[in-house]
Structures are given as structure tokens and as C-alpha cells.
Design a protein around this ligand. Structure first.
Ligand SMILES: *[C@@H]1O[C@H](CO)[C@@H](O)[C@H](O)[C@H]1NC(C)=O
Ligand SMILES: *[C@@H]1O[C@H](CO)[C@@H](O)[C@H](O)[C@H]1NC(C)=O
Ligand SMILES: *[C@@H]1O[C@H](CO)[C@@H](O)[C@H](O)[C@H]1NC(C)=O
Ligand SMILES: *[C@@H]1O[C@H](CO)[C@@H](O)[C@H](O)[C@H]1NC(C)=O
Ligand SMILES: *[C@@H]1O[C@H](CO)[C@@H](O)[C@H](O)[C@H]1NC(C)=O
Ligand SMILES: *[C@@H]1O[C@H](CO)[C@@H](O)[C@H](O)[C@H]1NC(C)=O
Ligand SMILES: *[C@@H]1O[C@H](CO)[C@@H](O)[C@H](O)[C@H]1NC(C)=O
Ligand SMILES: *[C@@H]1O[C@H](CO)[C@@H](O)[C@H](O)[C@H]1NC(C)=O
Length: 888
């Protein structure tokens, strides 16, 4: 009962009382794509046992922060069984002033009403017994402040914050940001988004519903006999609103055991909530609620929910008279009908009074009510074009600035480091300073999308390539500083001639291998990239290429006219290739269309140079196909193209160098070390991420068609990347059936169904991926030849699965050092990928999730065994590598 007194106390802070179904379809479950349920800090996705709601981990919604659990001696189990599991873990944000979750609900055709809920429960997770204070923002606008009430049960308080708002079609994402205000580390336990029927809450939005401690807002279920406190929610409430069961101790309780369905109720109130009510005691006839929480200037809406639950004697009626705010203001009178819900709505500032009308035969009742505060979200975000461009820049160069989260300019006090904005009318980025930010690669076209840019400081980085001409298209540009980079070439004419532009270009090397370059190659084809990019624009991956139009401008007809002008970006001359590879000194492999050589750029970056052997026609097609694809798609789990050469008969593709070679080599007996189980899982997750991007990340799905261990490469941080896109195809419509007579794939990994029918489908890649998984597990290739005999891995593994012999399946060289549960899960996932019927194979997104869970199991286990630091090191290494490599 201790807890009960606390809850009543908490309630009293903001509200002072003075005497005076069976839910239908599941709106909240995973089946509704508008619903997003995130359990922050959880390590795996799960279906909540109590509510049946599917919760995801927050991994794909945020990149910063760290996971925690409640203190071991704190449990919310008896307080709140319906939200208990989500409260057990949380994510906290010791770094950065603002950290944001980004939600991408399914795009609706029209403006859609949503309920957004953040639940915060301190639970002494940091063992300091002192909850912090911090702000929550909804996108660019202040939402509320988390502040724990001073009371002995402090650490155990649960804070749901709910806001009802609308999202129009033009906004693709909803962000919830936690802002550190200097009074402790922000954290959050869960974040939930629920689409509402647009006919609900038709008043001025947004409305704050739950905001304990800061506002009078609340949603209460009266008369419930459940032990205090209790939150009724989904499945009782199809919209998963939280109903706080909290009675006024001075009022009488009224209940019915009749099972009814709340019909005709626009508000879709759960019968569980309506079937109980409260009434004034001793037949007094007044129920009054006054809001104490101070600020009279706040505007509220009251939603009072009634339903007659008492069978009154024949001829008798319960008629109630509701006055909002003062006795003086207009009153509303209504007669309650048996089991029929009705909702009264009014704006209020002070409270309401319900009494029996003069001709009523029964005292007034109230079943449930909501008090919602109207708030303003006055700030508008930065211009969309600028947001897109700056995010692209962040992505290309892997800019790792802590403040680069949420909106770049708004609110101004949280604007990103290294940029300034103008706030007149349209909010635009006007200066960008990425000096000394470890940028590598070329100066990419997104810079030219920052239309209002006046000042661009890129000094002291490792940028390569030319100073691009497209910067001249920025009308207001007055200052460029690229001092201290590795840029080559001279300042383009258009930039030289631009008025009022100051360019600092000191301290860049002179163009390397300049001497006589290309002089003898007089018959020069139209630069490949020009034709490629045009082609690419027509055929490939429309959605991703934010800067493709810029590309086109750069490669305008003018540049083709000048015979020896190099195409910008990434184009290497033959003599440069010679120079880079030191006359093709070191061969590091044999690719699909020729030899691969080791190269070293002037800044000592290692690269792999794939030279197309001039003889093969087929090879040129694949070469082009690969170049096309990799110029437009970029992902950290796809191998990155650094440049290319297309001069006369010399055609070469230049890639980032992958120190650890290919997966086939790493799994083979010849490898120096045996790949650990957790590393194998990480490779599987990485490769699945790359494939998911190909399949689902692009407007037009891309089918790789030749997945195998030798096409999965690992860099020096052991991050796996998919390579070799020579056979890949992009399709505009997934449902088109594609017939291909062309041979593709590699025996063992190739989908037998594709071989049979020639029908091309994402599921063929899934088959190959399943085979790769089996190889990761067992280290055996799909087909082995020994003397005269041919062994198929499938024939070998099936009986072992049937008799549950996991130890016999997993690579013996691991000596059993793996979690049995994670191993089984990977085996099951692999087997589902290689189902003979393509239709039965899962989508890669599903596969990725399963693999992440396997990895989580392994990490959880390692954590509990003190291996934590080892794994963390491993992972932070990966983060570094992602930062540097995505710069390509
Ligand atoms: C939990 O344990 C901490 C010490 O570890 C103690 O300070 C705190 O009072 C305990 N809380 C409860 C609710 O028992
Ligand atoms: C929303 O509610 C209205 C009125 O109750 C109903 O007619 C409509 O079908 C509902 N829409 C959806 C999508 O449930
Ligand atoms: C209601 O009646 C009981 C006894 O019948 C009495 O103790 C109580 O004070 C009364 N309450 C009010 C609010 O008059
Ligand atoms: C509701 O708002 C209107 C207009 O703003 C005002 O005239 C009216 O008094 C308000 N009603 C209540 C109950 O506060
Ligand atoms: C409702 O109550 C108000 C205030 O007490 C009163 O002025 C009004 O006449 C009542 N209306 C009815 C229909 O009883
Ligand atoms: C932004 O403006 C401030 C004040 O004028 C200036 O000190 C700072 O260098 C500017 N930052 C950039 C990126 O231009
Ligand atoms: C950019 O930032 C650096 C420090 O990081 C500073 O030295 C330089 O002056 C800034 N450039 C501009 C144009 O403000
Ligand atoms: C350009 O940047 C360099 C390095 O940050 C700095 O030393 C130099 O003064 C800058 N040039 C101008 C003209 O601001």
C-alpha cells in the first residue's frame, strides 16, 4: 500500500479533487505498418507477453548512446505489468547536447494523426539515486522536461509523456530528441508511435496528454478495482492509449460486470475503462475537478467519457449537467443511455463540475476523462534541400561530429557545430566549416546543393581530385578555403572568373604523375563516366542519387568538347594508373574480368586496381555495369569505388583496399587464424546489411546474382563488404518477371530454381546468401570434390540437424567456443534461405534481424563473461573504419 499512497500523492500535485470490451482488431501490433514500438536499450526484438505488442530494439533508430538496465533491486513489475518489460532497459546519452531518434512511419496519403509516447523511468540505473533533468524535443520543437518529483520513491516513478499530433505528407520522418540541459545525462526507456483515426481528438493540436509533474494533463480510468497503480492499454485499447487507473478516494465506485462492446463511440473507448465509474458519496450530487497546476494561461481540452452502467428502475433517468470552468459559463446537459458511451469535449482553463440536473433521478457519474494541454510547436525546420545535402555530406565523408544530430539549424542554440544558418523566412545553411575534419575522397556534388552557401572552409583535410567547377553554381559563395589538402589540377575557369570569390588553395601537392600524361593517347573516347552517368540516370537507382543532377551538370557537353580535359571526379589517366600500381608490380588477385593489382595513391592510401583484360567483350559489359552501379550507390557494407580509368583499350576500376582479403580465404584451412564465432556472426550481419541495402534500400531493387564467399571482402577492421557487381541487375518493378538466358553465378551458390527457370528474383540472392551462411557456420563449401566423389554440404548437414548435433555442424576448429542458441538460430536462418521454393525463402530484412539477434546473444553472453572490453574494442574499431571508409 506504500506505493498506492505515492501514486495518489503524485496525482494530487496536479489535480485536486473536491467532492463535488473486448477490443477488435489489433491496431497496435506489428501488422500495422504505422505502428512503431521501440524498447530502448533492449538487445533483441520481442513480442511483449502481456500486451502482445511487437517491440524492436532501438538500434536502427539511433546511433549514439549506450544501453543500460535498471538497478537490480528495482522492479516495476507490480507497479505496471503492462509496461514493465520496456522499463527494464534504457538508453542513456552521456555524449552530445542533443541525441535524436528518427522514426520513419509508413507514408500515408494524407495528413495523419499520431500519438507519440516516450516512457521514462529512472530506476536508479546508474546507481546514483539521483535522477537527472533534461528536455524532450519533438523534432525542432521543445516538447517537455523530464523532472522527477521530490518524494521518497523517486527512482521508481514511471513517466509516460504523450503527445497527440499530426504529420503531413511532406515530412518523411518524425524525430524525438533528448536534450542535455546540464542537469544530468538524458535517457529513455521506450518510444512508441501509434496512428490514430483522424476523426479522434478533432481540436487544435498538438495536445499533450501525459506529462506528470509539468502539467495537469492526464488520462484517467475511474472506479477500477485493479490494484493501484495500473495502466490499461492495448489490447483493451485498440489505439494503445494509456489509461491510468486512479480513483478519487472520496468518491464511490460503481461497476458493472456486464460484458458489452462500446458501440458508436468515436473515441473507441475500451470497455474495460467504461465499465467502471465513480459518483459522489451519500447521494450528494456534485463531482468537481479543479486543476491546480498553476499556469492559468495554459489552454486545455477536457474529454469527459460517460456511459450508463447501472440499470435504473423503469422510467428513471440519469441526467447530468456539466459546466466547464465557471458556474457562469455555458453548461451542457445530457441524459445517459444504458451502456452507450458518450464523450463531452470542451476547452477549459480551470476545471469542470458535473452535477445531477434538477429532473435527474440519480446522482451524476463519470467513467473516465482526459485532460489535454494544447501546446505550440512554433519552429519550422531547415529547408529540406539543405537538410538532404548536409546529411549526404555527413554520410559521404563519415563526418563524426557529436552535435550532428537532429535538425542542422533549429533550434538555433542546438545548431550543428561547423555551420551557420540564416533564419530569415526560409532557414538555410550559409556557411560550412569542415576544417580539420579528416575528410577524404573528392569534393562531392552535394556541396553544390547548399544553395545559399556563402563560405566553405575545407582546409586541412585529405581531399583528393580537382577543385570542382560545380561550386561556381553557388550564387552567394564568397569564400572557399581548401588549403592543406591533396587536391590536384588547377582552379577551374568558372571559379576563377566568379566575382567576389576568395579562394585559398595553398599547400596542395602538384598533380601527381603529371609528366606527359596521356600525350600519346590521341584517340580518346568520350569519357566513360559521361555515358555512364547518363545511363545510370536513366536506368539505375533513382532514389539514392541525391546528387545525380549535379553530376550531369558537371559532365556537361562542354567538357566533352575539350579533347584532353579529364572527366571530373574519380577519373584516372592510364599514366596515373601505371604510377599508382608501379607498373602493375604486385598482383593481388584474379577477378571476374582480369587481374587485380595493388596500388598506392599519393597519400599512401592503398587501393586495389582491377584491370579489364582487353580480350573479353562480356567483361566490358560487366565492367560497365559495375562502374555504373558503384558510382551511384554507396553503403558501408558494399565495397567502394575510388576511381576508374577508361582510356583507349585500358579500362580499370580502382577500389578501396581490403586488407583481410575475402571470406573464402579467411574460412579456408590455409588461413592464419581461425575466424571466431562472434566474428563470423559480425561478418554475416555486415554482409546482410549490404545485401539488404541492395534489395530494399534502393527504389529499384538490385540483384547481385553472384554472391559467394570470394565476393565478400573484409577491410582492416574486419568490416565485411560485398564486392563484384559485374552481374548485378537493377529492376524497376519487383514483380516483373525477368527471364535471363545469360549464365550467371557460381556452382554451389547459384539458386537451382534460377538455373531451371531462368527467372531472376531477389530470392536467388537469398539462396546464395544461405549457402554463404552455411559456409560461415561449417567452413565447408557447398560442394566438395574428393578424388572421384562429390559431396554436397546439404546432404551432410541435414541428418546432423535432425539429430540435433550442433557441435558436429559448427566448424570443429572453434572447439565448441560458441553459444549453442545462436548457432542453432543461424543454422535455421541459413536453412530457410535455401528452401527449394523461392517463395518460401525469407526477405533479407528478416534474415538480417535474425542474424542481429544471434549476434546479440553472443554479445550478451560475452558481456556476462567479462569479455566485454574485448568485444567493445572490436566494435569501436569497426566504427572508426566506417567513418573513414564511407568517405569514399
Ligand atoms: C537499492 O540499492 C541501493 C544501493 O545499491 C540503495 O541505495 C537503494 O536504496 C536501494 N533501493 C531500494 C528501493 O531498495
Ligand atoms: C475512423 O472513424 C470513423 C468514424 O468513427 C469511421 O467511419 C472510419 O471508418 C474510421 N476510419 C478508420 C480508418 O478506421
Ligand atoms: C457519507 O456518509 C458517511 C456515513 O454514512 C459519513 O461517514 C461520511 O462523512 C459521509 N460523507 C460525506 C461526504 O458526507
Ligand atoms: C473556449 O474558448 C472560447 C474561445 O476561445 C471561449 O470564448 C470560451 O470561454 C472557452 N470555454 C471555456 C469553457 O473555457
Ligand atoms: C446546469 O447548471 C447550471 C449551473 O449550475 C445552471 O445555470 C443551468 O440552468 C443548469 N442547466 C440545466 C438544464 O439544468
Ligand atoms: C558562424 O558565425 C560566428 C559568428 O559570426 C563565427 O565566429 C563562426 O566562425 C561562423 N562559423 C562558420 C562555420 O562560418
Ligand atoms: C573554421 O574552424 C577553424 C577551427 O576549427 C577555424 O580556425 C577557422 O577560422 C574556421 N573558418 C572559418 C571560415 O570560420
Ligand atoms: C585557410 O585555412 C588555413 C588553415 O585553416 C588558414 O591558415 C588560412 O588563414 C585560411 N585562409 C584564409 C584566407 O582565411
Amino acid at each position: 500500500m506504500k506505493s498506492k499512497s505515492f501514486w495518489v500523492l503524485a496525482l494530487n500535485v496536479f489535480v485536486s479533487f473536491i467532492t463535488a470490451s473486448d477490443s477488435a482488431q489489433s491496431v497496435a501490433d506489428g501488422g500495422n505498418p504505422g505502428v512503431i514500438s521501440i524498447d530502448c536499450g533492449a538487445s533483441i526484438d520481442y513480442v511483449d507477453e502481456v500486451t502482445g505488442i511487437w517491440y524492436q530494439t532501438d538500434e536502427s533508430f539511433i546511433e549514439s548512446g549506450s544501453n543500460h538496465r535498471l538497478a537490480p533491486n528495482i522492479s516495476f513489475d507490480d507497479h505496471a505489468p503492462t509496461i514493465n518489460r520496456q522499463l527494464m532497459t534504457l538508453r542513456s546519452f552521456p555524449e552530445g547536447e542533443r541525441n535524436c531518434y528518427t522514426l520513419r512511419p509508413k507514408q500515408e496519403k494524407q495528413t495523419q494523426k499520431y500519438l507519440m509516447r516516450a516512457i521514462i523511468a529512472y530506476g536508479n540505473y546508474d546507481l546514483r539515486n539521483q535522477a537527472p533533468e533534461f528536455d524532450l524535443y519533438l523534432g525542432v520543437n521543445y516538447w517537455t522536461t523530464f523532472r522527477i518529483l521530490p518524494n521518497p520513491n523517486g527512482p521508481q516513478t514511471i513517466f509516460p509523456f504523450e503527445i497527440i499530433m499530426e504529420k503531413d505528407r511532406s515530412t518523411e520522418t518524425l524525430q524525438v530528441c533528448l536534450v542535455n540541459t546540464g542537469r544530468g545525462t538524458p535517457f529513455i526507456n521506450s518510444l512508441e508511435l501509434r496512428p490514430l483515426n483522424n476523426s479522434l481528438y478533432r481540436v487544435s493540436l498538438p495536445l499533450i496528454v501525459f506529462d506528470l509533474g509539468n502539467s495537469a494533463s492526464t488520462r484517467l480510468d475511474l472506479g477500477s478495482e485493479l490494484p493501484l497503480p495500473y495502466w490499461t492499454r492495448f489490447k483493451d485499447d485498440i489505439y494503445d492509449r494509456l489509461w491510468w487507473n486512479n480513483d478519487n478516494p472520496n468518491w464511490d465506485v460503481l461497476q458493472t460486470s456486464v460484458e458489452a462492446k462500446a458501440e458508436d463511440s468515436v473515441y473507441e473507448l475500451p470497455w474495460e475503462v467504461l465499465r467502471t465509474a465513480q459518483r459522489p458519496p451519500n447521494n450528494s450530487n456534485l463531482l468537481t475537478l479543479k486543476m491546480m497546476s498553476g499556469d492559468i494561461s495554459n489552454q486545455y481540452y477536457a474529454f469527459l467519457h460517460f456511459a450508463e452502467i447501472e440499470k435504473l428502475p423503469r422510467g428513471q433517468k440519469r441526467i447530468i449537467n456539466v459546466t466547464f470552468d465557471d458556474e457562469n459559463s455555458l453548461s451542457q446537459q445530457l441524459t445517459l443511455e444504458y451502456l452507450k458511451p458518450i464523450t463531452l469535449i470542451s476547452n477549459i482553463t480551470k476545471g469542470f463540475t458535473i452535477k445531477a440536473a434538477t429532473d435527474s433521478d440519480a446522482p451524476p457519474i463519470l467513467n473516465a476523462f482526459e485532460i489535454c494541454q494544447v501546446i505550440q510547436l512554433p519552429n519550422s525546420p531547415t529547408a529540406e534541400q539543405d537538410i538532404k545535402a548536409i546529411k549526404e555530406i555527413q554520410h559521404i565523408y563519415g563526418v563524426s561530429k557529436i552535435s550532428w544530430q537532429g535538425d542542422p539549424c533549429v533550434p538555433s542554440q542546438l545548431a550543428w557545430d561547423g555551420l551557420n544558418c540564416s533564419y530569415e523566412n526560409n532557414i538555410r545553411i550559409i556557411s560550412l566549416n569542415l576544417s580539420s575534419s579528416k575528410l577524404t575522397g573528392v569534393i562531392a556534388p552535394p556541396f553544390a546543393s547548399l544553395e545559399k552557401l556563402e563560405s566553405l572552409d575545407l582546409s586541412n583535410n585529405d581531399l583528393t581530385g580537382p577543385l570542382p567547377e560545380f561550386l561556381a553554381t553557388l550564387p552567394n559563395l564568397k569564400y572557399i578555403n581548401v588549403t592543406g589538402n591533396k587536391l590536384t589540377g588547377s582552379i577551374p575557369k568558372a571559379l576563377r572568373e566568379k566575382a567576389n570569390l576568395e579562394i585559398s588553395m595553398g599547400n596542395n601537392p602538384s598533380p601527381y604523375c603529371q609528366a606527359n600524361s596521356c600525350k600519346e593517347h590521341k584517340k580518346f573516347k568520350i569519357p566513360l563516366i559521361a555515358s555512364l552517368s547518363t545511363l545510370a540516370i536513366v536506368t539505375v537507382v533513382v532514389s539514392l542519387v541525391i546528387w545525380r543532377f549535379k553530376m550531369k551538370t558537371v559532365l556537361s557537353a562542354e567538357s566533352q568538347k575539350k579533347k584532353f580535359l579529364k572527366p571530373k571526379n574519380q577519373a584516372f589517366s592510364y599514366s596515373e594508373v601505371l604510377c599508382i600500381t608501379n607498373n602493375f608490380e604486385t598482383t593481388i588477385g584474379q577477378g571476374g574480368f582480369g587481374k587485380v593489382y595493388l596500388g598506392t595513391l599519393e597519400d599512401d592510401t592503398k587501393v586495389a586496381v582491377k584491370l579489364l583484360s582487353p580480350s573479353s567483350k562480356q567483361g566490358y559489359k560487366e565492367f560497365k555495369s559495375e562502374a555504373q552501379l558503384l558510382t551511384v550507390i554507396h553503403h558501408r557494407n558494399l565495397v567502394a569505388l575510388v576511381g576508374f580509368c577508361d582510356e583507349n583499350d585500358v579500362k580499370a576500376l580502382i577500389y578501396e583496399y581490403m586488407d583481410h582479403g575475402d571470406l573464402g580465404g579467411l574460412l579456408s584451412d590455409k588461413a592464419q587464424n581461425v575466424l571466431k564465432w562472434s566474428d563470423r556472426l559480425q561478418v554475416a550481419v555486415d554482409a546482410a546489411k549490404g545485401l539488404e541495402y541492395l534489395h530494399n534500400g534502393c527504389m529499384t531493387p538490385i540483384i547481385h546474382r553472384d554472391l559467394k564467399p570470394s565476393n565478400i571482402l573484409l577491410n582492416k577492421f574486419m568490416v565485411a563488404k560485398i564486392a563484384d557487381f559485374g552481374l548485378s541487375r537493377a529492376f524497376t518493378n519487383e514483380r516483373d518477371s525477368h527471364l535471363s538466358t545469360q549464365p550467371a553465378g557460381t556452382p554451389g551458390y547459384i539458386d537451382p530454381e534460377f538455373q531451371r527457370s531462368g527467372k531472376l528474383d531477389k530470392r536467388s540472392d537469398i539462396y546464395s546468401f544461405g549457402m554463404i551462411l552455411l559456409q560461415l557456420i561449417t567452413s565447408h563449401p557447398p560442394i566438395r570434390r574428393q578424388l572421384e566423389n562429390v559431396y554436397f554440404i546439404i546432404d551432410w548437414i541435414r541428418p546432423k540437424i535432425e539429430c540435433g548435433d550442433i557441435q558436429g555442424i559448427v566448424d570443429q576448429r572453434l572447439n565448441g567456443e560458441f553459444q549453442v542458441s545462436s548457432a542453432w538460430k543461424v543454422v535455421e536462418t541459413a536453412m530457410s534461405c535455401i528452401e527449394p521454393q523461392p517463395i518460401q525463402r525469407p526477405d533479407i530484412s528478416y534474415v538480417l534481424n535474425e542474424l542481429k539477434e544471434c549476434l546479440a546473444i553472443e554479445i550478451d553472453h560475452a558481456n556476462s563473461n567479462g569479455l566485454q572490453s574485448q568485444l567493445i574494442n572490436h566494435h569501436s574499431g569497426q566504427l572508426d573504419s566506417i567513418t573513414t571508409l564511407s568517405a569514399r
